[in-house]
Design a protein around this ligand. Structure first.
Ligand code: NAD
Length: 300
């Protein structure tokens, strides 16, 4: 049976070091990391995420600023708020909760955030720095950064000789994850919806990362014995076994059967999920240190 990574525990350990780093910055430089979270509209799921981010920011000792805008907000009004936050020296991280309500476009907003305040790591400057292997200079998208903490705590900093397969090629997860694995010297394959014989591609992987959004896509016979399995997918499926109309969350990996083949596996929920929030806090403290010309301590 595989070792199950406890994402909540790992995330909590990152938060402890983030808190210490924030306190040290305030003691040494009188700078309190500031995180501005912007939400447009009243989507309940987005509101829950934003509340969790604001709460965690306060717990980390940050100045947490939330801007709640009505669903009718125009592209120009949103751009004006981002400009104000870009110019505010007490704000070190800006996060605009996605998706935005229609007809707002997210890309112009993301690209308008100053790269040094882009704690979601989605700006092209940060994506570009990651692509050229400049990990120390940019900010990395939170979920892949969190998944990479699991990989490094399992295999160490250097993945030389290991084969990694990432299923999914999104800008949010698949591409930055592939770049992180490559920067750590893994031999990386990115698979996606047009990949031929996905199962045999996956069977080569010492490290298999699934980020598709397809419940229990990865089966036991896709997994190389002894592999590390990182499940990023979050899928809500019916769970009649828990009662009428009930549902549950599952990942992209068929957990029970794959756990019999893999050496290490992440559960859903409680695996990669909690790391996203922790890495957002890590990125904010990194941005705050850089604002005073210092490198942040290693928080992972
Ligand atoms: P996305 O829809 O942008 O990308 C999905 C990718 O999967 C695409 O590149 C597509 O080519 C590939 N794909 C689709 N069907 C496939 C198939 N049958 N075989 C192989 N590849 C296939 O999604 P995303 O934003 O990258 O998110 C992927 C999953 O990860 C979702 O379940 C999402 O909820 C989850 N996610 C979780 C977190 C978190 O834990 N905090 C963060 C981001 C995403």
């Amino acid at each position: 049976m595989a070792k199950i990574i406890d994402g909540k525990r790992v995330a909590a350990s990152v938060i402890v070091t983030v808190k210490e780093a924030a306190a040290e910055l305030e003691r040494g430089k009188s700078v309190k990391p500031g995180l501005a979270v912007v939400i447009v509209g009243d989507d309940p799921a987005s509101q829950t995420y934003v509340l969790a981010k604001s709460r965690m920011a306060k717990e980390c000792g940050f100045a947490s600023i939330q801007h709640t805008l009505p669903a009718e907000t125009t592209q120009e009004e949103l751009a004006a708020l981002v400009k104000t936050l870009n110019e505010d020296t007490s704000v070190h991280g800006i996060l605009v909760q996605l998706p935005l309500p229609k007809p707002l476009k997210s890309d112009p907003v993301i690209q308008a955030i100053l790269p040094e305040k882009d704690v979601d790591g989605l700006n092209v400057v940060n994506a570009g720095k990651l692509a050229i292997g400049n990990l120390a200079g940019g900010l990395v998208s939170c979920t892949p950064a969190g998944a990479m903490v699991f990989v490094k705590r399992t295999h160490g900093e250097d993945l030389s000789g290991l084969s990694a397969v990432v299923i999914g090629r999104s800008n949010l997860f698949g591409k930055p994850m592939a770049m992180l694995l490559l920067a750590a010297n893994a031999t990386v394959t990115v698979a996606h919806s047009r990949t031929k014989d996905l199962a045999s591609v996956c069977r080569n992987a010492d490290i298999l990362v699934a980020a598709v959004g397809c419940p229990e896509l990865v089966k036991a016979d896709w997994v190389k014995p002894g592999a590390t399995l990182i499940d990023v997918g979050i899928n809500r499926v019916p769970a009649p076994e828990n009662g009428d109309g009930k549902s549950k969350l599952v990942g992209d990996v068929a957990f029970e059967e794959c756990a019999k083949v893999a050496a290490v596996i992440t559960p859903v929920p409680g695996g990669v999920g909690p790391m996203t929030l922790a890495m957002l806090m890590a990125n904010t403290v990194i941005a705050a240190y850089r604002s005073v010309g210092q490198a942040a301590p290693d928080v992972c």
